[in-house]
Design a protein around this ligand. Sequence first.
Ligand code: SF4
Length: 639
Amino acid sequence: MAVAVESALSKGESLAVEAGTGVGKSLAYLIPAALYSIENDCIVAISTETKSLQDQILKKDIALVSEAIGQEVRAHVALGANNYLCKRKYGKIMDRGDFGPEMEKEIDQFVKWERTTETGIRSEYEGFVSGSFWNSIGRESENCLSRNCPNFSSSYYFLEKEKWKKANILIINHHLLASHLAGDFRILPPFQHLVIDEAHSFPEAVGKAFGSELKYELLINLLHYLYHPEKKTGFASKLPDKKKDIVADAIQKAESYASDFFRLLFSEIPMNFQFSFRHTARIKADDGALEDSLYDLSEICLGMLEKYKKDSDDNDEKEIALALEMVGTQTKKAAAFVEEFRTKKNSNLVFWIEAPNQTAKDRYYHLYSQPKNTEEILSKSLFPNMESVVMTSATLSPTPGNFQYFLKEIGTKDVQTKTLASPFAYNTHSVLFVPKQVADPVSDPRRNKIDVSFWVEKLINLSKGDAFVLFTSNKLLNEVYEDLVDKLDFPLFSQVHLGPIQAKREFMQTSQSVLFGVSSFWQGIDIKGDKLRNVIITKLPFQVPTEPVLQAKMEDMEKEGKSPFWEMQVPKTCLLLRQGFGRLIRSSFDTGMVSILDPRVHTKSYGKNVIQSLPKGVPVVTEFPDLERKFNNLPKMKV
Ligand code: SF4
């Protein structure tokens, strides 16, 4: 893999490598990337999905790479803007003593940290910080005075940015990379060589970064930031009367049209949807009044920038100019979003609605849009702007070596591909159990739940805890949890009850425990040794066909005469299943069993695709006594 990566970087080619668990892929790309960077005096960016992989690269791998090549490798992590404390906003909040009741007891400790931190990065603070407090002090790209800021020379964000420019290896995450693409390459320092690890999840991050959303509550907060007509507060209150009246009038209009627009949506769209409601029709009841009022307000704000300058010597004028620019830019974006949402003219976008939290402030639908085809975005914005892109993951394909699905998602065919099987002995160290006596989860969900509970109990008793039970829905997780929590002799921790971080921590700290998890536990969790010897997959992880973007893609495929089920849903399910299966064997000493409690592996034609997607040579059993025998005969760990 290292040779292939070196060749791709030096020839300016792109490469996709599926490298099974245990291949050592991070060192295999870091060593050639570091050498290339040092020899050519350029940045090589490495993007990951998970923080755990970033930590591994920074805290462990880079030292090994430096030692291996006999040269110091400068590596730096770049985070999204909101992770950095903004000294200007922080100063204002502290001057006002306005840090909120939930921070009352914590503020002294936080102030001490702020005086000593070199980076101002939120995650480096070990105490408690409330979300609203951090929002009031975290950097916002549109609310930053940049070079015109009195704090510029000591600004955490800009000091960190200087370090990014000097890095050989710049470690970023998929979300930041996708935002960098969406932001016309203005966020990160220039680089032409990129490695995307955990690349299977990158297209989804791109969809989110190129998407938009609008919430009534946030829109009103934005308007009131400039001027609150009732309280007569906000930056516009500092304007001369004539100008203030113009702004106040425009804000009142926008506010009133916003509440009309969001109320109209209630009458047009039923409340009885479960998670999201895809919105495809033109909104008839509105004639564009909201977007017009937002465009007008934007024009007024941006027009006033002729008079109010961010580079003024007067601090008040700077602040007014920044507020005008921020509100002007954001209302223009909001207006464009409302127009697209209302008219549905852009057929490349998928629109949907999600229910509000039903609080006094958050009472209207949340509106979203996302591009349907991330492949088009990537083929136009990523590959033409990079000399070389190396994409890798333990699971890039639904069946080993079949890159078709991934290359379509990523938007290019101009890529060398390579498959490296895991060196682990799955044939002797693992066993796959697929019982036939389980009711179909679609045609008989009630009986299926009973059967799943039965098998989960039996399997946990066989391994004596130390098990992961993976679900595809909170509902089934809760039902099985309720069934078993008092029956089992082993402690159960549920992601739904405790959240993912606490559930994992409790699981790791408690012997013979069991973790019930949903989506985030299917991938990226790395637990070596006897702590995890039993992975139970309760249902094949088919994506919900009512998910708006998936639904739109499926419709397009049908129109083209393709089968979305076979060309999209089955491959995606196999890919997720491979990731779930991959939780079991994380080192050459690991042993254990994986069970798939979904009878469709036996009864449906795609069942064979499912089995083929799993590591070669894994013994498959369907009867419990066979499983018991094989599991008890697996080699014992010797570390
Ligand atoms: S430069 Fe921007 S981020 Fe830094 S302190 Fe000033 S306003 Fe905040």
